[in-house]
Design a protein around this ligand. Structure first.
Ligand SMILES: Cc1cc2nc3c(=O)[nH]c(=O)nc-3n(C[C@H](O)[C@H](O)[C@H](O)COP(=O)(O)OP(=O)(O)OC[C@H]3O[C@@H](n4cnc5c(N)ncnc54)[C@H](O)[C@@H]3O)c2cc1C
Length: 348
């Protein structure tokens, strides 16, 4: 028997999960098709939201809009799923020089920045090397992204809204509406992360995939509940376990760790902590990044029922809720998304 839904969604990383969540909130019927991949970007993401970045402390693109929306969305989902996965957590940004501290103090007095930039603190030098101090970045968050996608997957399965398999393009018929195997839909939205490079409909989007590697370490001495940042993040996970990373490697689509990546992280880590630590694990994934660092969404020029929602890059946690909701509004209202994020900024 044929199943009828409003939307098929391909991919259940954080992007596809947010699209599914906001479609269900709109009362739509959905079918999500996803093949679980332990190395999918969402399944290894460090999960940090950092409102001001770089040595010059520049505000992250649209952070004033996307951050409150992300908090509201994840808090509502925590209630729905009866699970805690989203936490507000300060970042201690370690300065490399006295000049860094001076830049901090100047920027902090700017009214645009005061809500995100706090005092300078001096840390216990026996565990963390910070002779010039560290600035407290406020309103940062840490999300257990794999914990969320796993819980949301369970929710979709329970409701018979998830097909666990590799999407097979040979079974997709788009001559009228959308048909995939025994499911008929009005529309289909592809949220495949970096696997979008295999999607025959969106081959011309010039992704700039960025592989990232991370180490998981145990340190009994570090004893911090703050995220530590200096060229890399050290993220406390509890029980003396920390995620450390990550690297940026272009043109490598192997989801495997490398000696070069491991060495790069260790060099940076050893500049921050003085303590002995043990590496307990390591992982690698591919960020679905764009050359202009903006997400990409919209419909195919020849098939208005086929959509893409992708390109979350390094900021899947903060961007996905806001843009999933915005994108679905644009589809409902039949208007195009703004050009900076539109699929139409690329030539088809
Ligand atoms: C090392 C590392 C650290 C990161 N740290 C952060 C961070 O601190 N903060 C932050 O905001 N972001 C971070 N990111 C980026 C973040 O992970 C991504 O922005 C986000 O996860 C992208 O989500 P997505 O849903 O678009 O893609 P994905 O997570 O890749 O999900 C795509 C899903 O689609 C499925 N899929 C694809 N093709 C098919 C198919 N044909 N059939 C069936 N299923 C399919 C995949 O299996 C997967 O489940 C990090 C990424 C990496 C690699």
């Amino acid at each position: 028997m044929l199943k009828q839904v409003d939307y098929i969604i391909v991919g259940q990383g954080i992007a596809g999960s947010m699209i599914a969540y906001f479609l269900l909130k709109r009362g739509k019927k959905i079918l999500v098709v996803d093949q679980y991949n332990p190395n999918a970007s969402s399944n290894i993401a460090a999960g940090v939201v950092n409102p001001v970045t770089g040595r010059k402390m520049v505000k992250t693109w649209l952070i004033d809009e996307v951050l409150p929306f992300a908090k509201e969305t994840y808090n509502a989902l925590e209630m729905d799923l009866n699970l805690s996965f989203f936490f507000e957590r300060d970042i201690y940004k370690i300065f490399s020089s006295q000049e860094d501290a001076e830049i901090w103090n100047t920027k902090k007095s700017d009214s645009e920045y005061e809500q995100y930039m706090g005092d300078i603190v001096f840390l216990d030098e026996t565990a963390i090397k910070a002779p010039y101090g560290a600035g407290i970045i406020k309103q940062c968050c840490w999300m257990d992204v794999p914990g969320f996608t796993k819980a949301y997957r369970g929710f979709l399965l329970q409701n018979n809204d998830l097909l666990e398999e590799e999407f097979d393009f040979d079974h997709l018929d788009v001559t009228e509406g959308v048909r995939y195997k025994d499911t008929i839909a009005e529309k289909i939205i592809f949220c495949e992360g970096y696997k979008a490079y295999q999607n025959p409909f969106f081959k011309k989007i010039p992704f700039a995939f960025a592989k990232g590697e991370q180490l998981i370490i145990r340190s009994e001495h570090l004893k911090t509940d703050k995220i530590i940042s200096r060229n890399i993040f050290i993220i406390p996970k509890g029980n003396d376990i920390y995620t450390v990373g990550s690297t940026f490697i272009w043109d490598d689509l192997e989801e495997t760790v490398t000696d070069i990546g491991r060495k790069e992280i260790l060099v940076k880590l050893n500049k921050i902590i003085t303590d002995d630590y043990t590496i307990v694990d390591e992982n690698a994934g591919i960020r679905p990044a764009m050359p202009d660092r903006r997400p990409v969404m919209g419909s195919h020029p020849d098939y208005p029922q086929i959509f893409i929602f992708n390109g979350m890059g390094t900021k899947g946690v903060s961007l996905s809720p806001y843009f999933a909701n915005y994108f679905l509004d644009s589809i409902d209202n039949g208007i195009e998304v703004f050009r900076e994020i539109s699929v139409n900024r690329f030539v088809f």
